[in-house]
Design a protein around this ligand. Structure first.
Ligand code: SAM
Length: 382
């Protein structure tokens, strides 16, 4: 097996890449020059399967996927390359071709015509075509901005969006304006916790339970705490709703204090928690139990006392938008303008609490608000 092309969704490719790297820590990723397509090697097929099931930012994998710039290329030459690819990578059973574009069209190249020609090649090779339920799908993706094509046998659902439509925050029985969007909540859980076998996930201030829903749906043992009983009841209702009243036994919501996790978590979890996702109170709709900065520091310190040695932490905080909006990972010394407090002080707090900042990204919420997504890892304390 050669390498695999990982194809990312478009809402934030840099965050999606950070998620993928965390879920597949042994894989080696190499850029293709296109921010949504990354070459990957060193992982197992079963790990790819798990990641496809649980990731937020991954679209699909193309096995030995071929990336081609269309600049100066004749369509006949591209088809010849694809014929060679198909001969070198035969698959058993029935096949179909699926084509989609990202970021606009490639001028003078019709994806549907190319897909038809690929179908013709497969037919000429004696393959049985089944458009409804093929055993294998040959994906063809056109990237408008780079005028490049990616093509290969696909693992995953391709262009389907992250399946959050049916559980959008506003559809849940208990909704508050603080509720996080499922795709960001899922991404944060994965970024914090890494591969599923690493251990349980804790959301110390669960609010309406957005992180908990995503962690439990991806099969992770998880506990969400909130200091307010109204939130505990609401998050419990949301969790039951997300699981059609069949909540996994290892997922629960409890009333508890984020600053005293050692009292709130089961004894068996102490020293074993693999990931923390924290979206602390801000604004008028959440009522913190102490000053926001003190609460954050106490919660991060408490998390350190129950974490496993390779635990991760994802902290989400509101920030003023940057212009232009950065779609890349931000250097830690960037000039980040938090809505509350100073960025440099926040970094110092995170380190003081026993966490090493790894990466920071910004996600746009609307014209006057962005969210900071800070990923940190457990740092052993003397
Ligand atoms: C911004 S909201 C979390 C929103 C959540 N991510 C969601 O999707 O709904 C912050 C939550 O922290 C809770 N909280 C405040 N102080 C707390 C503490 N000391 N321990 C636990 N929860 C606390 C608040 O009640 C509030 O529900």
């Amino acid at each position: 097996m050669g390498d695999v092309l990982a194809c990312l969704r478009g809402w934030h490719p840099a965050l999606a890449l950070a998620e993928l790297r965390t879920l597949l820590p042994d894989a080696i990723m190499t850029g293709t020059g296109i921010d949504r397509w990354w070459r990957m090697e060193g992982e197992q097929a079963s790990q790819r399967h798990d990641v496809l099931e649980m990731s937020s930012g991954l679209q699909c994998f193309l096995i030995d996927g071929v990336v081609t710039s269309t600049d100066g290329l004749l369509q006949a030459d591209w088809l010849e390359r694809m014929r060679a690819y198909l001969l070198a990578h035969p698959v058993p059973g029935s096949v179909a071709v699926r084509a989609w574009k990202q970021g606009g069209k490639i001028p003078s190249w019709s994806l549907s015509a190319l897909a038809g020609q690929l179908g013709g090649l497969l037919h000429d090779m004696g393959r049985s075509i089944d458009l409804d339920a093929p055993d294998h799908v040959l994906a063809l993706i056109g990237d408008g901005p780079s005028t490049s094509l990616a093509c290969g046998w696909m693992e995953g659902d391709g262009q389907a969006a992250f399946s959050s439509g049916q559980r959008r925050a506003g559809e849940r029985p208990f909704f508050k304006p603080v509720s996080l969007d499922p795709r960001l909540a899922r991404l944060a859980v994965n970024l914090a916790s890494g591969p599923i076998h690493r251990g349980p996930v804790v959301d110390p201030m669960t609010g309406t339970g957005g992180f908990l829903i995503e962690a439990s749906l991806s099969g992770r043992p998880c506990i969400g705490l909130d200091i307010h009983s109204e939130m505990v009841q609401g998050a419990t209702m949301n969790l039951a709703w997300a699981h059609d009243d069949d909540v996994p036994s290892e997922s629960s919501v409890k009333r508890g204090d984020a600053t005293r996790l050692e009292d709130a978590l089961p004894e068996a979890w102490i020293g074993k928690v693999a990931g923390f996702v924290l979206d602390p109170p801000y604004g008028r709709n959440s009522h913190g139990s102490m000053q926001a900065d003190q609460l954050l520091e106490a919660a991060m310190t408490s998390a350190h006392t129950v974490a496993c040695p390779d635990a991760g932490f994802v902290l989400i905080l509101p920030m003023h938008p940057m212009t232009p909006h950065p779609m890349t990972s931000l250097p830690l010394d960037s000039n980040i303008n938090l809505l509350n407090g100073e960025w440099k002080e926040l970094l110092a707090t995170v380190e003081r609490c026993g966490w090493t900042p790894l990466s920071v990204h910004a996600e746009r919420v609307h014209r006057s608000l962005s969210r900071l997504i800070l990923h940190a890892k457990y740092a052993p304390q003397d």
